[in-house]
Design a protein around this ligand. Sequence first.
Ligand SMILES: [Mg+2]
Length: 384
Amino acid sequence: MKIQCIRTHHLRDHLDVPFGFSQWYYDTRNTLWVEIVAEDGTTGWGECYGPSEIYQSAINSFYAPRLLNQNALATDVLWHLMWRSSLDFARGGVMMGAMSGIDMALWDLRGKALGQSVSDLMGGRYADEIPCYATGMYFKEMPEADLISSIVAEASSYQQQGFQALKIKVGKNLAFDAKQIEALRDALPNMTMMADSNHAFDLPEAIQIGRILEENDFSWFEEPLSPEFEGQFRQLQDKLDIPIATGECEQTRYGFQRMLSTGGVQIAQPDLAYCGGPSEALKIRNLASSMGINVVPHCWGTMLNLASATHFIASGYREPGRKETPSPLLEYDRTPNALRDELFEVPVVVRDGIAQVPTGPGLGVIVNEEKMQSFVVNQTEIKA
Ligand SMILES: [Mg+2]
């Protein structure tokens, strides 16, 4: 079954109220979707995490011409074709992000062609339901005391919706971070909570905030340090008991091998829309498994990436195995995003904080192509 056509769709939604984290503020949501059509009309959809305009150019002008007329079902062969054709100048970064969206679309296509879900293709499911953690509690432009009240109210709303776990942002400034961590623990004594600095801290700051997180019974400290300073992760872990999670800025089995071999990371977080796609995420998981490290994917964007992460978690063996094994948590972004919430005829269903693993073929979510048109910034198409 040959690839006949590759389309890209850059979609954008303007936010009513900007929100921010340690590095910048969002005032729009953007995504780049990849649509691959095989000669029999079977269509697969994928998503890239990052700068849509650059992804669109990388796919339309570089990767797509190389993929036309190739066997659409040969996901691993096509991955390595793309890898070899760009590795001299792009062993990672946005070219790998572009490959990730293509690879995701190819997995969706292969599942539809074979009548199997992506988790079936990945080896089967350990679970049909995955508990989610709510990602939110971003910063807003307001006085800090008001912001802490607003964050606590938002966190409480997730508890009322049935979530048993959530993740907050830290890295605004040390005094604010300490106050909000303590305020959240006071307000939600039984909630599982994680904190994410998005590589905002140097090593002494990360030790200081890490100890406050430990005192308040947080479950992991995410991206405490810059991904450039791999050796510091081990130094930080030697000072703290809280598990360290990182990896959303990392890509490929080679990158994760370097990061995980430091011994300073307990939870690896590749994003399937950036790390090299589902094909590479499986290799990263095998690598992590060989080191006794579990993978909990980073997930940001629309239902395409959420469905990919859901299938990936459902098919993952937790190290070490035991009869009563806890499920890894699925990251469920709760910040405003019409591209995630309004454009799917069949979404990933999340009820009471628990995601149902989609049962349809491929990713098991269906794009509403008519609604999609009202969010289009730019579309491309290249045909055999
Ligand atoms: Mg993060």
